[in-house]
Design a protein around this ligand. Structure first.
Ligand code: EPS
Length: 386
């Protein structure tokens, strides 16, 4: 069983994670993970914090000589901004907590519910952990999963399909073309015309002191049939993927395949008919299900989208009430991203890669990469002769 725990505050010393259950013998380097961390830091619309951070991972345990050991892998991503926060965020008694105390809960954040629930009169004790800064280490964790998937020929990538209502049209592009075009784009979008509109929308939102959300899509190719299972609710892969994506900060909805459109269409327009040929085996001519049927992969590309709300830390003040005085006020902000949908697409890839790696390890098992690959090959031979 693959599992992980993350720790860390946005302006604390570092973000950390421990991953347990990865096979031994998986080639893994910090450079490989760092390339994904850099993608997460990019994207048009980010704020001042990204000029401070240059996220780099270190392995504290579980990796030796470029290979996983099979033991828990401890990852650390240090916060450069810690240097400016050391006295305020110090773990030791005497920390200068009053210098940056927050009593004004921001609408749309965890601030108010968290402060009440955890008995804090300083909202900072909530916002430091609820911050999307945590996604840096989540990308590092997911990238370990991505590495495993690569060994089986499974490729995961994400692209932005909507920012603030500017919608990309990728209907004429192949999956490979979407990947290539999104990689060269400032907003990780494969449609150049929409990209220009998205950048304009971000500039306008910035001018107006506002923020923008959007939608990203994660695509996965090279999947075998039968990851996940129909037999019980907590083994259904669509459920696990949705939970992973919904747990990303600011994500408000998840769609698989044609998604919510299914509600408006007839059954004959929704389901992917089954065909067979000697060369291809069982195949489909459509992929409306987005590669998942009955909680399992069906060997078609996985297509999953997530909707992100506009970042609720706004330069335009929103009405709220001070926790200490109970006086109304209009929330103000010193620093914020305008739009983090491109970054979220990288986080989404990582989350999907992690869940798929967990499903791969569950299905094919083994303590070592070679053992897992052998099991995978045997399954592929079985599937070919069905
Ligand atoms: C975030 C607020 C901003 C973002 C941050 C997420 O940070 P700060 O409060 O330090 O300006 O930059 O994102 C990251 C630091 C990151 O690495 O993505 C929030 O409140 O969620």
């Amino acid at each position: 069983m693959l599992r992980f725990l993350s720790g860390g505050e946005s302006h604390g010393q570092a973000l950390t994670a421990i991953i347990e259950g990865m096979v031994s013998g998986l080639p893994l380097t910090a450079e490989y993970i760092n390339s994904q961390l850099a993608r997460r830091q990019g994207g048009y619309g980010r704020g001042g914090r990204m000029a401070i951070e240059k996220d780099q991972v270190d392995f504290l345990t579980g990796v030796r000589n470029g290979l996983t050991l099979g033991s828990p892998i401890t990852l650390i991503v240090r916060n450069k901004d810690w240097a400016n926060w050391e006295e305020v965020m110090s773990p030791h008694p005497g920390a200068k907590i009053h210098e940056r105390m927050v009593t004004k809960p921001r609408p749309g954040h965890a601030d108010l519910s968290g402060a009440i629930k955890y008995h804090h009169d300083d909202v900072r004790n909530i916002l430091e952990r609820s911050s999307a800064r945590e996604t840096a280490v989540r990308v590092a964790v997911g990238t370990v999963g991505r590495r495993l998937l690569e060994e089986l020929g499974i490729k995961v990538f994400g692209h932005v399909v909507n920012i603030g209502g500017v919608v990309a049209d990728v209907s004429r592009l192949s999956i490979e073309e979407i990947g290539q075009k999104a990689t060269g784009s400032q907003v990780y979008c494969a449609d150049e015309k929409a990209e220009a509109g998205m950048i304009r929308a971000i500039d306008e939102a910035k001018q107006a002191g506002d923020s923008l959300g959007g939608v990203f899509e994660v695509l996965v190719t090279g999947l075998p049939v039968g990851l996940g299972s129909h037999v019980h609710w907590d083994r259904k892969l669509d459920g696990r993927l949705a939970q992973g994506l919904m747990s990303i900060q600011a994500i408000k909805g998840v769609e698989v395949g044609i998604g919510f459109q299914v509600a408006n269409l007839k059954g004959s327009q929704v389901h992917d008919e089954i065909y067979y040929s000697r060369e291809a085996g069982f195949y489909r001519s459509t992929n409306r299900a987005g590669g998942l049927e009955g909680g399992m992969t069906n060997s078609q590309p996985l297509v999953i989208r997530a909707a992100m709300k506009p970042i609720p830390t706004l330069y335009t003040p929103l009405q709220s009430v001070d926790l200490a005085t109970k006086e109304p006020f209009a929330a103000s902000v010193e620093r914020s991203d305008i739009c983090a949908v491109p970054a979220a697409s990288v986080v989404g890839e990582a989350v999907v890669a992690y869940e798929l790696a967990a499903a791969v390890l569950e299905k094919f098992g083994g303590d070592n990469l070679a053992e897992l690959q052998e099991n995978y090959r045997a399954y592929q031979s079985y599937v070919k002769q069905v």
